[in-house]
Design a protein around this ligand. Structure first.
Ligand SMILES: Cc1cc2nc3c(=O)[nH]c(=O)nc-3n(C[C@H](O)[C@H](O)[C@H](O)COP(=O)(O)OP(=O)(O)OC[C@H]3O[C@@H](n4cnc5c(N)ncnc54)[C@H](O)[C@@H]3O)c2cc1C
Length: 534
C-alpha cells in the first residue's frame, strides 16, 4: 500500500534533509499512519516533482526536459535505497513504480541477438516487486532468484547493483540470472541489451549500480523448475555475552561448509535484546536428513543451557516450494518501513573463513561490533520481528559461493559487480537505526558509528569489496569496493560514451561527484572518507 505514494522512502532519513535535520518524519512507532510526528513539515530531501511514468515516451520526455532546462533528475522505483539514490532536494523524479505490465513466462527464451534459447524465463516491468513475482512463480511451478524482502523492486536498484537472495549460494546473483534488459538511454533512445546484443551496456546494467546508465523498462530473468526446500529457523537468547560471542565462532567455523552445501539465509544478531540471535537458512540442494545432519552443530549449540537462556524457536522443516517456505518463515520477520537506517557492509572472503585464525578474527570483529552498535529504543526480546528489524549485525549468507555459469556463453566477466562477490561467503552488514524524527547530530553519529564498524571489517579484508546497494554511504574506496579497478575503468568509458553530460547520476554511482548540489542533504559526516567520489 505504502509504495503507491511517490514520496515514500523506505528509510525515512532519506526523506529528511539529514544535513539540517529538517523533514516530516512519520510516527516512528506507527509508520503506517500518514500523520507526521511534528506539526512543522519540511520538504527535506523529497523530490519536488514526480512524473508517474507508464509509457516509454514519458521517460523520454522527462529526460529531454531535464536536459533542456538543466533540472536535476533522479529515478525512483520503490524508494528502498539505503544510500539515498532515489530522492534529492530540488529534483524532478521519474517514478517507475506503476510500470507493472502482466508478467510473462517463456518456455525457451532467446535473448536479443542470440541464436540459442536460454531456457525458461520471466519478463516483467520496471515497477515489479518481488512479492508479485514470487506468487507468479508459485502459480507456474518455477522459482526465481530474488531478494529476501517482498517489496524491493526486482527490475530497479536491486538488479542494477547486483541483487542477492537466499538462493544465491546455489543459483547465483540476480545479475547472473538476467537474460535481457530493455532500457531508455540518457539520450532517450530505447534499446535492448543482452549477452549477444549491446554487450557493453548489458555489462554496465548488471552491477554498474543505480540509474547511471539509463532507465530500465523491462527485464527478463531465468526461471528454474520448482523443487523442495529445507528451512532451518532458530531464535534464541544467549545465556551470556560470552555465549553470544561463541555463536560467531560456531558460525565462522561452519560458514564455508554450509555455503558449499547450498545453504543461504541470514543471521540477525543483537536485535530485540543484546544477546538475542536469529538464524534462518534455506537449502534446495540437499534432503531433509542431510540438512539435519548438516545443522546438528547449530542445534547442539542452542540446546546447551551454557549457551542459551531461552530458546524461542528451533526447527527444521521441508516445504514443497520456496514461496510456501517464505510465507511460513520469512514473512513474519520482514522488516517494516518507517525508521532511520545507517549501515555499512563488507564481503567476507572465503579464504579468510577457511582457516582458524581468520575465523577467530572475523568472529572477534563481529562480537566487538555488536558491542559498539546499539538500538536506541528497547525492543521485545521474544518478538521475532524486532529481532530482525533492529539487529546491529546481520550476516547475509548470500554470496554465490557454489554458483557456476549455466547459459551458453555465460561468464562471470560479463557482469560488472565487484569480483569480490565470487570469492566471498558472507555479506556482513552493520546497522545503526535511529528514529525518523532524529536530529542531525544523532544522524551523523549513526553514520559515523557504522563507518567505524565498517573499518573493522575493511581492516580484516582489505582486498575484498562491498555490496553497493547495502553499503556505507561514506565508503572509503567506492571504486575498489563496488567494482574493482578493471570493471570501473570499463564502466567509466561506457558512461562517458552514453551520458557525457551526466544527466542520470546518483550518489557513488559511476561518474558521480559527491559535491553535486543534489547531495546537499546527505548527513554531515566529517573526515576524508566523505571526499572520494566514484
Ligand atoms: C527492507 C530491505 C530489504 C532488502 N533486501 C535485499 C535483498 O534481499 N537483496 C538485495 O540484493 N538487496 C536488498 N535490499 C537492497 C536493495 O537492493 C536496494 O535498496 C535497491 O536499491 C532497491 O531498489 P529499488 O528499485 O526497489 O529502490 P529505489 O530506491 O527506488 O531505487 C534504487 C536505485 O535504483 C535506481 N532505479 C530504480 N529503478 C530504476 C530503473 N527502472 N531504471 C534505472 N534506475 C532505477 C534509483 O535511481 C536508485 O538509484 C533491501 C533493501 C531493503 C530496504
Amino acid at each position: 500500500m505504502l509504495f503507491h505514494v511517490p514520496e515514500l522512502l523506505w528509510g525515512t532519513n532519506w526523506a529528511t534533509c539529514q544535513a539540517t535535520g529538517q523533514g516530516c518524519g512519520l510516527n516512528f512507532s506507527d509508520p503506517i499512519q500518514s500523520v507526521p510526528s511534528s506539526s512543522v513539515c519540511f520538504q527535506g530531501s523529497v523530490s519536488n516533482y514526480y512524473i508517474n511514468v507508464s509509457d516509454v515516451s514519458h521517460v523520454q520526455a522527462g529526460l529531454s526536459f531535464a536536459r533542456k532546462h538543466r533540472v536535476p533528475l533522479i529515478v525512483k522505483n520503490t524508494g528502498h535505497d539505503y544510500k539515498g539514490r532515489s530522492s534529492g532536494p530540488g529534483t524532478l523524479a521519474l517514478w517507475t513504480h506503476n510500470v507493472q505490465p502482466e508478467i510473462e513466462l517463456s518456455a525457451n527464451f532467446t535473448p536479443a541477438g542470440c541464436h540459442v534459447g536460454a531456457g525458461k524465463a520471466v519478463t516483467y516491468g520496471a515497477g515489479q516487486q518481488w512479492e508479485g513475482l514470487y506468487k507468479f512463480a508459485e502459480a507456474n511451478d518455477i522459482f526465481l532468484v530474488g531478494g529476501s524482502d517482498l517489496t524491493v523492486g526486482a527490475a530497479g536498484g536491486w538488479i542494477l547493483g547486483g541483487g542477492h537472495g537466499f538462493l544465491s549460494p546455489k543459483f547465483g546473483l540476480g545479475v547472473d540470472n538476467v537474460l535481457e534488459m530493455k532500457v531508455v538511454l540518457p539520450n532517450g533512445t530505447y534499446v535492448t541489451a543482452s549477452r549477444c546484443h549491446n554487450q557493453d551496456l548489458f555489462f554496465a546494467l548488471r552491477g554498474g549500480g543505480g540509474s547511471a546508465f539509463g532507465v530500465v523498462w523491462k527485464v527478463t530473468s531465468r526461471a528454474w523448475d520448482t523443487r523442495e526446500v529445507q528451512v532451518v529457523n532458530v531464535l534464541f537468547a544467549a545465556a551470556s555475552i560470552s555465549a553470544y560471542n561463541a555463536f560467531f565462532d560456531l558460525a565462522t567455523q561452519n560458514a564455508n561448509k554450509w555455503a558449499s552445501e547450498g545453504w543461504g539465509g541470514s543471521i540477525f544478531a543483537g536485535g530485540g535484546g543484546r544477546t538475542v540471535i536469529g538464524f534462518q537458512v534455506y537449502n534446495m540442494a540437499i534432503s531433509l536428513d542431510d540438512a539435519k545432519a548438516s545443522m546438528q552443530p547449530l542445534f547442539d549449540f542452542v540446546a546447551s543451557s551454557n549457551n542459551s537462556a531461552q530458546v524461542i524457536e528451533s526447527d527444521i522443516t521441508s516445504f514443497p516450494t520456496i514461496w510456501q517456505a517464505y510465507q511460513a518463515k520469512l514473512v513474519p520477520i520482514l522488516e517494516s518501513a518507517g525508521i532511520g537506517v545507517a549501515l555499512a557492509s563488507r564481503l567476507i572472503p572465503s579464504d579468510l573463513l577457511a582457516e582458524s585464525a581468520g575465523q577467530k578474527a572475523v568472529a572477534a570483529a563481529l562480537a566487538q561490533i555488536s558491542n559498539d552498535l546499539t538500538f536506541p529504543t528497547s525492543a521485545s526480546q521474544t518478538d521475532p520481528l524486532s529481532v530482525n528489524y533492529t539487529a546491529p549485525v546481520q550476516i547475509l549468507m548470500t554470496a554465490p559461493y557454489g554458483y557456476k555459469p549455466v547459459s551458453p556463453g555465460e561468464s562471470f566477466a560479463d557482469s560488472s559487480v565487484t569480483p569480490a562477490w565470487r570469492k566471498s561467503t558472507w555479506h556482513a552488514i552493520m546497522i545503526q537505526n535511529f528514529a525518523s524524527q532524529a536530529d542531525k547530530e544523532t544522524i551523523s553519529t549513526a553514520f559515523s558509528a557504522v563507518h567505524a564498524a565498517g573499518d573493522k571489517l575493511r581492516a580484516l579484508a582489505p582486498d575484498s569489496g562491498a555490496y553497493q546497494n547495502e553499503a556505507d554511504v561514506f565508503e572509503t574506496d567506492p571504486v575498489g569496493a563496488y567494482w574493482g579497478k578493471e570493471n570501473y575503468n570499463k564502466l567509466k568509458a561506457i558512461k562517458n560514451a552514453i551520458d557525457p553530460d551526466n544527466i542520470l547520476t546518483c550518489w557513488d554511482c559511476i561518474g558521480s561527484v559527491r559535491t553535486d548540489n543534489r547531495y546537499q542533504c546527505y548527513p554531515d559526516v566529517a573526515g576524508p572518507s566523505n571526499k572520494n567520489s566514484a
